[in-house]
Ligand binder design. Structure first.
Ligand SMILES: [Zn+2]
Length: 403
């Protein structure tokens, strides 16, 4: 649902306001003008200064819109039930087959619908990884489109890179950069080229990393299910076996730094954790997808202890029940409530994500000067219960406030 504010200037009066930075405040007023927050403060004070403005009352929680740090909007046509499989390679093969037989107009329509649906429920920004350039760019704003490249044969790297970079360089409407699919599907030449292109523009590089045990086997030995996948999908391929873990391998190519956004990182050892820490790389955790595809969880306790930045993503509908961030943070809380307080989880999905992505002036907080993306959650409990409610029971009840 959507809560429409009809007036350009108005006061939103929230019984409880969560600012995205661990604070829950009572009886607050937020003055909005068009898309921008002018003031935030105690309602009594706000009303004294801006008394003539219309007031919209929210008898519950107002919080910032959530940021999805890893998803694939272009897979919104699918449901995980169609591919449900514990064998990752089998899942990939079925997904690729289904994609090639899906009609592009139907795919486009489902992606638009899926994005709009979760925006109405309060996801305000997406790190959207995908291969279909035109379709993803046409999904419009509120996304960093990560134009994902695949190609295990190094001899094609220049051609792939030339095509991809020319598309991005001619694009001005949507934030876009290149993404590496995964260590087992992208050649060293292409990986280096993608990273160099993004570095020249100062942009984020997403990569699926250490998602399955098969991936670890492949970079260590060149064998196993990932080799089967390449035999099935590429036919003739070459890969110089690095004999390293996936994290060590991509680090040796210069992929990991403070602009790297590593999705999953489930199958990592202590040396990998040290590398992620030293490179100041960020991990996007997609717990529902991991449990679906491998049954394993990333070692978040180690990540936390080492100060590795953690963000939260849904992954796609091909491996997750939905792409609603409120459902995702509920699953995250369910799995990791021993490690994170509810307000910390809200920060991961709001202010922390916005800061990492460099979009903190528009998203991730409720504060003066920001373009607003505010979510309303009906709630009759008290201040102490608000954050926990948001990360455990709010899913399905949230409404974006649109002005
Ligand atoms: Zn993914």
């Amino acid at each position: 649902m959507l809560f429409y504010i009809q007036k350009v200037r108005a006061i939103l009066r929230g019984r409880l306001v969560i600012d995205g930075l661990h604070e829950v405040s009572e009886n607050m007023g937020i003055v909005v003008d068009g898309g921008t927050i002018l003031h935030v403060g105690k309602y009594a004070e706000i009303a004294r200064h801006a008394g003539s403005l219309p007031v919209y009352n929210f008898d519950g929680i107002l919080c910032p819109g959530l940021i999805n740090a890893h998803t694939h909007l272009e897979l919104s046509l699918f449901s995980k039930e169609s591919f449900s499989h514990k064998d990752f390679v089998e899942w990939v093969i079925r997904l690729v087959e289904s994609r090639s037989s899906a009609s592009s107009s139907e795919t486009h329509l489902e992606c638009l619908k899926a994005k709009r649906e979760v925006e109405k429920r309060g996801t305000s920004y997406f790190v959207n990884v995908g291969n279909d350039y035109d379709m993803n760019v046409s999904l419009g704003k509120n996304q960093l489109f990560q134009f994902e490249q695949i190609g295990i044969n190094g001899s094609y790297a220049d051609k792939i890179l030339g095509h991809a970079s020319s598309l991005i360089e001619g694009q001005y409407g949507v934030d876009t950069s290149l993404a590496v699919h995964a260590p087992y599907s992208v050649s060293t030449e292409l990986m280096r080229g993608i990273k160099a292109f993004n570095n020249s523009r100062g942009t984020i590089t997403s990569i699926h990393l250490a998602e399955t045990a098969d991936e670890v086997e492949f970079t260590r030995s060149g064998k196993g299910r990932m080799a089967d996948l390449l035999n099935h999908s590429v036919g003739k391929w070459n890969f110089t076996v690095p004999g390293l873990s996936p994290v060590q391998y991509v680090d040796s190519l210069g992929v990991l730094d403070e602009k790297a956004l590593c999705a999953h990182c489930v199958f990592v050892d202590d040396e990998d954790v040290r590398i992620l820490k030293d490179r100041r790389s960020t991990v996007a955790v997609c717990i529902r997808s991991n449990l679906e595809l491998s049954g394993e969880k990333p070692p978040l306790e180690k990540f936390r202890r080492n100060g590795i930045r953690i963000l939260i993503g849904t992954d796609s509908k091909a491996s997750s029940p939905d792409i609603d961030m409120f459902s995702e943070i509920a699953a995250f809380y369910d799995e990791f409530h021993d490690l994170f307080t509810p307000s910390e989880i809200i920060s991961l999905a709001t202010a922390d994500a916005a800061d990492f992505l460099g979009i903190g002036d528009h998203y991730g907080r409720i504060a003066a000067g920001l373009n607003n993306s505010i979510v309303y959650v009906p709630f009759d409990g008290n201040t102490e219960e608000a954050s926990e409610f948001l990360v455990s029971e709010a899913s399905g009840k949230t409404e974006a406030v649109e002005i």
